[in-house]
Design a binder for this molecule. Sequence first.
Ligand code: SAM
Length: 214
Amino acid sequence: MRLRNVPGSRDVIAESPFTVKNETEYQGKWNSLFGNDNPIHIEVGMGKGQFLMTLAAAHPEVNYVGIEKYSSVLIRAIEKQEEAELPNVLFIRMEAEHIAEVFGKEEVSRIYLNFSDPWPKDRHAKRRLTSRQFLERYAKILKREGHIIFKTDNRELFDFSLEEAEAAPGWKLLNHTFDLHHSEFAKDNVMTEYEQRFVEKGNAICRMEIAQEA
Ligand code: SAM
């Protein structure tokens, strides 16, 4: 992804009421930040926030937390939230590797991974957000009945992710499609920024849903 440094973005993030600072202090206490007991859904690698903001506007009964590592990207999601001021949206600027230090055991009801970076070199496989190393982290924070929903146009990354879900202990594949937009999941699909771009180019979008074994 091409990244442009946005001057002052770190200051905006530090001052924004929509970003959570010292995020590890809220482990197990995220509902106190939202002031209700609604389920928490997170998007890891949220980018500019279109998907998360669309879902949050449609589902006020769910609390959404967007995680993004780059300030210059996160700032675009903050701008959307400054306009919309949705009470059920918060953001964290962080590296997702530390996710199990930020949320408590079974604190999260759903995890969205959309168009995650492919990290094509084998030696970087553990950096992929669907690697078994990340699945192990997600298992610590996801409710037993919670799902992970992953979308990508990258077939190699998708095949790898199917294999990881199979190989990682304690996970099962619930459903998958290699062509989301011509599948039963198309009607409820909310497009992400990257998805819009790839669909316009004619790329097929893959989608899978996994959960922990009972
Ligand atoms: N999900 C958005 C979408 O579908 O339009 C953005 C997709 S973009 C290809 C991937 C995003 O994930 C980037 O903004 C990147 O900075 C973020 N990201 C990748 N790895 C991450 C990590 N380990 N922790 C936090 N954010 C990450």
